[in-house]
Design a protein around this ligand. Structure first.
Ligand code: HEC
Length: 106
């Protein structure tokens, strides 16, 4: 009887642990998908080629990126396309995109 309870508890913990892992994995995928929308202009993984008019994003400090996005959103930084793009993202999404690029090695 005792053994059964232990087994059930162990099973439950295993299920809970894998659910947490699955949630992490889907959060990472979600962030990567958001970041991938920048690739058209800023290059794969935010890497532009040398001499590109569009700045690289890879390895950009998080606080700097968040600040630029705010400036694009409120129009205080002049831009061509980033004004419109910036408005399409919530602060939460910008936070995770900026975290992702900051953590990606140049
Ligand atoms: C349609 C092309 C395009 C897309 C898509 C795009 N950008 Fe940009 N981005 C630009 C351009 C062009 C600039 C220069 C400012 C301007 O003219 O709007 C820029 C500037 C920036 C800057 C300022 C860089 C610096 O060095 O100060 C940041 C940060 C940035 N983009 C982040 C992003 C992120 C994050 C995404 C994806 C969510 C993204 N951009 C998607 C074209 C794009």
């Amino acid at each position: 009887m005792h053994f059964r309870i232990h087994l059930a508890a162990a099973l439950l913990m295993t299920i809970a642990a894998s659910a947490a892992v699955a949630q992490d994995a889907s959060a990472i995928l979600h962030t990567r998908a958001l970041a991938a929308t920048c690739a058209n202009c800023h290059g794969t993984d935010g890497r532009t080629v040398d001499g590109s008019a569009i700045p690289s994003l890879v390895g950009m400090p998080k606080s700097y990126m968040v600040m630029q996005f705010k400036a694009f959103k409120d129009g205080s930084r002049p831009a061509t396309v980033m004004h419109q793009l910036g408005k399409g993202f919530t602060d939460e999404q910008i936070d995770s995109i900026a975290t992702y690029f900051a953590a990606t090695k140049r």
